[in-house]
Design a protein. Structure first.
Length: 89
């Protein structure tokens, strides 16, 4: 898989009220930079709003998620970084 980078990587906020849409991204790469702990990531309709879903990003690994551009993301620990991406051929 090849990714088209659409923004700088940054640590995710760690509370529901401070979640980010990652610049209105629809596709987001998440990486857990912690080598000793797995961390929960939550997607919500809005900051402090209804939870859409959550997933655990395993230690020293990455995942790509798709979300609505207005949905926000936050993590249980700031070791989880996020960047807006797209797919390319």
């Amino acid at each position: 898989m090849r990714l088209f980078l659409k923004g700088a990587e940054a640590a995710l906020p760690t509370t529901t009220g401070t979640g980010t849409s990652i610049s209105q991204a629809r596709v987001v790469r998440l990486v857990n930079t912690a080598s000793g702990a797995d961390h929960l990531v939550t997607v919500q309709v809005s900051a402090g709003g209804t939870t859409i879903g959550s997933l655990t990003v395993m230690r020293s690994s990455s995942v790509v998620i798709e979300k609505k551009s207005s949905h926000i993301v936050w993590a249980a620990n700031n070791a989880v970084k996020a960047s807006a991406v797209g797919f390319t051929n």
